[in-house]
Ligand binder design. Structure first.
Ligand SMILES: Cc1cc2nc3c(=O)[nH]c(=O)nc-3n(C[C@H](O)[C@H](O)[C@H](O)COP(=O)(O)O)c2cc1C
Length: 224
């Protein structure tokens, strides 16, 4: 990487836990550290060309066998956003009522959820497909193969978030489709092979997100 640090420098050969890292001032580290989840947006639409850039960036993520098992659904019209938000809201309502929450609190949470989706200029549903994955006769390897594909979806979403940030857009990864994949598929009339995995809110930020904290990497790492 131009201007970056060699792996050997960073890891001190891969064995010493107490190495003092040089300051991380390269553009990639800066981009990674400055990205925040943005949940409040100005009402203006996002230029479709910028949305294409987000999706193209997502597609440069690594994936098993370069299968690129991601697909994207861009939802920007008021009608489609409302249909999706309300259908997902109904599912959310049923789950919250089953959890034993009061009617008033369920209504407030569902309304907030619907408003969040309908007020966001663009929604990108990230789906997974099995197309291109290796086929195995045994369950263990089939599960591993699907896990790989899902892991690569995470990498694709991270790329998408980073490109959004670099273009002055805000974005936030929502897990909601995992709780109601059939609802998302039916409402958006998706191909049955597309499995909704994530919903990304995209728009121009209206509020600067709070400074985020991270656990020190030394507390998360063991060296052997
Ligand atoms: C798999 C995944 C699911 C997430 N789901 C939600 C969500 O449903 N709602 C939400 O507001 N944020 C969600 N987030 C965003 C996280 O809350 C956020 O990344 C975390 O608090 C760290 O903040 P930062 O992104 O600003 O660094 C999700 C993030 C990931 C990776």
């Amino acid at each position: 990487m131009a201007g970056g640090l060699g792996l050997k420098e960073l890891t001190n050969g891969g064995s010493a836990p107490n190495v003092t890292l040089p300051s991380l001032s390269g553009p990639i580290e800066a981009a990674i550290r400055s990205r925040r989840s943005v949940r409040a947006f100005r009402p203006q639409m996002v230029d479709p060309t910028l949305l294409e850039h987000l999706i193209a960036g997502a597609g440069w993520a690594p994936s098993p066998h370069n299968a690129q098992p991601w697909r994207f659904v861009v939802v920007t019209t008021d009608g489609s956003k409302r249909d999706l938000a309300e259908a997902m809201g109904e599912r959310f309502r049923a789950d919250l009522l089953a959890d034993g929450l009061s009617e008033a609190s369920v209504t407030a949470r569902v309304r907030a959820s619907v408003e969040r989706l309908t007020r966001t200029p663009a929604l990108i549903i990230v789906c997974m497909v099995e197309d291109g994955l290796d086929a195995y006769p045994d369950v263990m390897r089939r599960v591993a193969e699907r896990t790989m594909a899902m892991q690569s979806i995470g990498a694709a979403v991270q790329n998408l978030l980073l490109v959004a940030d670099s273009l002055g857009l805000g974005a936030c990864w929502l897990c909601a489709p995992l709780f109601c994949p059939e609802t998302v598929s039916e409402t958006l009339a998706l191909d049955s092979a597309w499995e909704p995995q994530a919903l990304v809110l995209v728009g121009y930020p209206s509020k600067r997100p709070a400074v985020a904290q991270r656990k020190p990497s030394a507390s998360l790492t063991v060296y052997r």
